[in-house]
Design a protein around this ligand. Structure first.
Ligand code: IVH
Length: 697
């Protein structure tokens, strides 16, 4: 919409014409420095001043408004509709390959097609660049000036979106440099939104209460086909050029290779897919694909593979196209890491700590080369946040070896009769009511006798994180529990060959193997392993190791109060509380007694047991006020090999009595138990090579 000149009449003076041209060129240069090279030379204010000066001239002399004037980037007009137009040369799609085998098969077909055309040997040089996930477009330049932008459409016919394209800040409105330029040039490429810009765009939309875009490609495609150009302008679009369409080279020497065409496009001011490379031979292509795959997440835009194109442009012409795609280029796709499928059911599992974990049961779908039929849902809040219902079509994602996840659902595909999901209020395994702490996201079954909890604890006990009992997998444990032969880990050690033989598919050999493996585990088990195997909440292998360094056996650990536990470095209030809860639960104490009677009762490492100091192996009870906190003193004693007691018992070796000792002192004296005052205790510690000032707390 050009304004009619008002302030001036007649033809513009030559000086004004020159200044207008100079401004267009200057602004194009700064635009390129800023948006393509990311190395601005002037401030935004200086740019705006030049821009305003040009606008002013164009208002006074509208005939001076050049085709490539940056003022045309403003857009702001409303279009009635999009006009369709045929591509002069069809924009083909690409065939896909997903593995080196498929790539080699493609290459073979290509070489056969080459041989059919009788031109000697084909040179296997390929230009490779990342396959961008955006919207394909074709930009036409007549004598170096942008004249038209056409979407890919169905490949034959696209829509004219020239005004929208002009708002793309890194798109040259005229080709950079002095020329010569082709008389006519079609540049093909992808309109994309960088991941960072996309995140900012969506977060802005969220603030404004607008619907979020599912991915950068949707946002880019929507923006290009906008009738309201000011909307297009507000989206952070970029154009990346990757191939040529029809070219009339005019005064220019024609490019002979894809790689030189890419260099030319860059010289003309286009951004191109990052990290493109010329690969000599099929092995180099495979290496490039692997290289790009590993760096996929580091690219600024979404990429979904690599495009390999025969480098020779004459070779490309010679090979031509099949009905669907070029014979000279192929998309080497990365394994899909996202897929869509139907949520068939939500299953709720009960873990060994009683946590109820929802699991999505999916219509099986391949994701990244692996069939996925289940995905974790974490907890009730996650189901609510994703607004999931049984029957929904969902997007599943798998990255590397991680457990598949649901990242979203497709509202348009929701069945009309679906109902909101209700999280169970009773345990699906034992039927008891479940509860959820106000500050937690997890529902729990508190029933220790819950069969699901028992099974999970048993599985943990024999697993790699536990005693690592070979061969005793989930299938067998399930059967043993179901048959009532074993309901706690200790029961396993009582199993006999005849008892095992009652199970289907169990033979003499296997039964003997199990019994031997359990016997072996009994003698092999160390204190840290056993602590880890118990499945105390928040106590993994590392915490178990720390605990085993501070206590001589499970008795001592069981007797430690919260204070003493928290005196240990790395043990916080939450872990301490979980340990206390475990040892205060009668059912767990019963399991411990069973383990003891089976002889599964390791004591602290050999070295410490053999500690030669005066406190090694001595049982001690503390009473009264000491100069340092009691737990610190207890920990020091334990380090010296002492066994810390919390009450009187048979054969107590020492009572350590501080100030105001109370009744314990009397009792010790009555029973002839040696009493140490603090000074004596510290001396014995020192004799054991422990210096109280090294205390960790
Ligand atoms: S070259 C004749 N290079 O992928 C070869 N295409 O699935 C022309 N695409 O419609 C294409 N990144 O829009 C080429 N680096 C890249 C690409 C790329 C994305 C798109 C292109 C095409 C689609 C085919």
């Amino acid at each position: 919409m050009e304004k009619v000149g008002n302030g001036s009449s007649g033809k513009a003076p030559q000086a004004v014409k020159d200044r207008a041209r100079q401004l267009v060129d200057e602004l194009a240069r700064h635009n390129y420095l800023y948006h393509t090279l990311d190395t601005p030379e002037i401030s935004d204010e200086e740019y705006d001043a030049l821009f305003a000066e040009l606008l002013d001239i164009e208002e006074n002399w509208p005939e001076l408004r050049a085709q490539d004037s940056p003022t045309r980037r403003i857009g702001g007009s409303l279009l009635d509709g999009l006009e369709k137009k045929r591509h002069q040369r069809r924009m083909y799609g690409l065939d896909n390959v997903f593995s080196p085998e498929e790539w080699l098969a493609f290459l073979e077909r290509m070489e056969r097609a080459w041989d059919d055309r009788g031109q000697g040997r084909m040179k296997t040089d390929f230009w490779c660049d990342p396959k961008l996930d955006g919207l394909a477009m074709e930009m036409s330049y007549a004598n170096g000036v942008l004249t038209q932008a056409l979407t890919r459409g169905d490949g034959e016919t696209g829509e004219i979106v020239t005004e929208a394209a002009r708002t793309i800040r890194n798109l040259p409105l005229s080709l950079r440099g002095q020329g010569p330029f082709p008389a006519y040039l079609e540049v093909r490429g992808e309109v994309v939104i960088f991941k960072e810009d996309f995140a900012a765009l969506n977060s802005l939309r969220q603030q404004n209460g607008e619907r979020l875009f599912a991915n950068p490609r949707n946002a880019a495609a929507g923006a290009m086909r906008q009738l309201d150009i000011s909307v297009t302008r507000s989206r952070p679009l970029r154009f990346m050029a990757y191939s040529l369409g029809v070219v009339d080279w005019g005064a220019m020497a024609a490019c002979e290779t894809q790689s030189s065409a890419m260099a030319m496009l860059e010289a003309f001011g286009f951004a191109t897919p990052p990290q493109g490379r010329l690969c000599h031979g099929s092995g180099a292509v495979e290496e490039y694909v692997e290289w790009a795959r590993l760096r996929r997440s580091g690219f600024p835009m979404e990429i979904d593979g690599v495009v390999a194109k025969l480098d020779s442009l004459a070779g490309q012409e010679l090979l031509g196209f099949t009905a669907r795609a070029p014979r000279f280029a192929v998309a080497f796709k990365f394994p899909a890491i996202q897929a869509e499928t139907v949520l068939k059911e939500i299953e709720v599992q009960v873990g060994r700590t009683g946590a109820l974990t929802p699991v999505a049961i999916l219509e099986p779908v391949p994701v990244g080369g692996v069939m996925v039929s289940r995905a974790t849902l974490h907890n009730e809040d996650e189901i609510k946040a994703l607004d999931l219902r049984v029957g929904d079509t969902v997007r599943v994602q798998r990255a590397g070896d991680v457990i598949p996840e649901i990242t979203g659902m497709l509202p348009d595909k929701r069945p009309a009769d679906s109902k909101p999901y209700e999280f169970p209020k009773t345990c699906p395994a034992c039927g008891q009511p479940v509860h959820r702490e106000p500050d937690e996201s997890v529902w729990r079954c508190d029933n220790l006798a819950c069969p699901a909890r028992r099974l999970r604890s048993m599985l943990h006990f024999v697993s790699k994180s536990g005693l690592d009992i070979q061969g005793l997998g989930e299938k067998w444990i399930e059967q043993l529990v179901a048959a009532g032969v074993a309901s706690s880990p200790a029961d396993l050690f009582r199993l006999t060959v005849p008892e095992l033989l009652k199970f289907e598919r169990m033979g003499e050999k296997l039964a003997a193997k199990f019994v031997a493996a359990l016997d072996e585990a009994k003698t092999r088990v160390t204190l840290p392993k056993l602590i880890g195997a118990l499945g105390i909440r928040h106590v993994g292998a590392e915490t178990a190791r720390v605990l085993a360094e501070n206590f001589n056996d499970l008795d001592e650990l069981a007797a430690a109060d919260t204070e003493r536990l928290m005196a240990i470095k790395d043990i916080g209030p939450e872990v301490a509380a979980a340990i206390r809860f475990f040892f205060e639960t009668p059912a767990n104490l019963a399991v411990l007694e069973h383990l003891r009677s089976e002889g599964v009762w390791p004591v602290r490492g050999e070295a410490l047991r053999k500690a030669s100091g005066p406190l090694a192996g001595k049982s001690m009870l503390f009473t009264g006020t000491l100069t340092q906190a009691r737990p610190v003193m207890q920990q020091m004693a334990a380090k010296a090999g002492a066994i810390i007691k919390n009450s009187f018992g048979k054969g107590l070796d020492y009572l350590v009595a501080g100030e105001n000792p109370g009744s314990k002192l009397e009792k010790a004296q009555k029973n002839n138990i040696p009493v140490l005052d603090e000074k004596q205790f510290l001396e014995l510690l020192a004799d054991s090579g422990i210096n109280i000032s090294e205390s960790e707390s």
